[in-house]
Design a protein around this ligand. Structure first.
Ligand code: SF4
Ligand code: SF4
Length: 69
């Protein structure tokens, strides 16, 4: 199980249409199907393979993956 943490205050998705992490996730786990908001959002997903493609591709470095095991 992995925890994916996104610092939405600096994320470029809602203001600039960035979808790099969405496009680079081989498991298609990242959907951003929540309203724009500030603060952090944490997604726990057992399908995450911790490849860290999302971290690497994010230019402002606002997405982090933590192992919970
Ligand atoms: S670590 Fe890999 S599988 Fe997990 S959310 Fe990021 S891109 Fe997707
Ligand atoms: S790549 Fe980074 S800035 Fe772009 S949508 Fe994902 S978390 Fe936000």
């Amino acid at each position: 199980m992995a925890k994916i943490i996104i610092h939405l205050g600096q994320c470029l998705h809602f203001q600039k249409g960035c979808s790099r992490c969405i496009d680079e996730c081989p498991m298609k786990l990242l959907k951003f199907d929540f309203p724009p908001q500030n603060g952090d959002i944490t997604i726990e997903d057992e399908m995450c393979i911790e490849c860290r493609n999302c971290e690497v591709t994010c230019s402002p470095k606002v997405i982090k993956v933590e192992s919970t095991e």
